[in-house]
Design a protein around this ligand. Sequence first.
Ligand SMILES: *Cc1c(COP(=O)(O)O)cnc(C)c1O
Length: 417
Amino acid sequence: MPIWRPYTIHCEGLSEPLRIVRAQGSYLYTDEGRALWDGTCAWWVTIHGHCHPFIAEAIANQALTLDQVLFADFTHPLAEALVEKLAKLTGLSWGFFSDDGSTAVEVAIKVALQYFYNQGEKRNRILALEGAYHGDTFGAMSVSHRTLFTQAFREFLFEVEWIPFPRDQNEANLLNILNEIAQRKDIAAFIGEPLLQGTAGMRPYASHYWDWIAGAVRKAGGLIIADEVFTGFGRTGTLFAVDQCKEKPDILCLAKGLTGGFLPLGLTLVSEKVFEAFYSPEPSKALYHGHSYTANPIACAAALANLTLWEQPDTVIRYRNLVRKQAELADLWRARYPAIPAWSIGPLFAVALPTPAPGYFAEHRYKLKSFAMERGIFLRPLGNIAYILPALSSLPEELERAVEVVEAYTVETGISV
Ligand SMILES: *Cc1c(COP(=O)(O)O)cnc(C)c1O
């Protein structure tokens, strides 16, 4: 099939993808009728389970009512209700819609830079966290860690200053850097994933580090951008990761789980203060950014249905059980295999598989993936980091089974000693 797939090495001899024709709850079904338990939430987007009937119905009804409208000239009740609800949850009252996580980040960066431009203030430095991943468009690549992914474009990416990934061992160094940052006058913004870097290898960090970094940037007069494209919708133990932080962002990016995993939709929420810099009859002060499908009503209907599901007591119970189960499994793992680091955060379970060459291209990535696939489980390790991110439809015994498969892999490959 002449279809160019994302993040895929196309080359003779590499295995062809399976064809998925149906999904339900935590399972994907191939055209040959095989069931695969999805341990990735379909690349981190599925929240309540595949084909959840409540979201599916909201989409079907909306598709028969209002499919699409030009959002520069019109608004619609679903976009309004969605921004209103999220404003209540985040304290950020203005919403700018786009199509996905990368575009939500592009909008955030453009808004931050133009915020100062509109006020005639020269600030052009952007800070990001080492190891960051914020998407694949040029601005998003620029604020992301330089890796093999961005190597071919390196000279076209704008410069960013990197803050060391916070760890207890580098606290003193981090504090020094932040003290300097707090004195500066050229910082426009800091962008970071609060509490958990996803693509970097499911790396969690304590909330006080976010507060330190955001506090220093705020002192310097810069804006705080929280990229919650991955961490949003329960990935870290609360609906949003910043719910656990004292320093709140000025700008917040949402996508991935926003529609419960049904449709692409990006949303950049900003504070009243940020929006005020754009509130002017002066044409040069408007934000000239937009996408054809901005605030697509069907995607907004899915996002509203997702939020409604989060309000159900049943969802909260399922969520808490999932979080508790993953924490238990991580405890058990640590007791059994002290040499293989394991951790959990929210509904996520992860282990760092020992390897002489850690990183995204560590061979565990391919080997564990096919090992698990043969056992009916779909995992997509980030190099030597194996993680299990289940949808809310998952049962405790399915989580146990997924961890058992990772364990069996470590035994089989002899790395569990
Ligand atoms: C996935 C991701 C993005 C990019 O989102 P897309 O929808 O894939 O463009 C941005 N930021 C973070 C933190 C992500 O995990």
